[in-house]
Design a protein around this ligand. Structure first.
Ligand SMILES: [Zn+2]
Length: 78
């Protein structure tokens, strides 16, 4: 997958950290802790690495739960 060389928002270099990040996440480490250890602290940079297509499966369950809760909320309104 092609990752931006620099963060769109702050311009920090992120492409050099991408391969190490994906490798560690695929080995089962917590993505947030991997980013902390690598020194990527700003959320503008974190979202680029967290939302890449190689590990998006770990983020999708969150959106499925949010959609379910939204549907429940909508049905209570009627
Ligand atoms: Zn950034």
């Amino acid at each position: 997958m092609i990752i931006p060389i620099r963060c769109f928002t702050c311009g920090a270099l992120i492409a050099d950290k991408y391969e190490e990040f994906v490798k560690k996440v695929k080995e089962g480490e917590n993505p947030g802790k991997v980013l902390d250890k690598m020194g990527i602290k700003r959320y503008c940079c974190r979202r680029i690495l967290l939302s890449n297509v190689d590990i998006i499966e770990s983020t999708i369950p969150y959106f499925e739960v949010m959609a379910k809760r939204h549907a429940e909320f909508e049905s209570e309104q009627l």
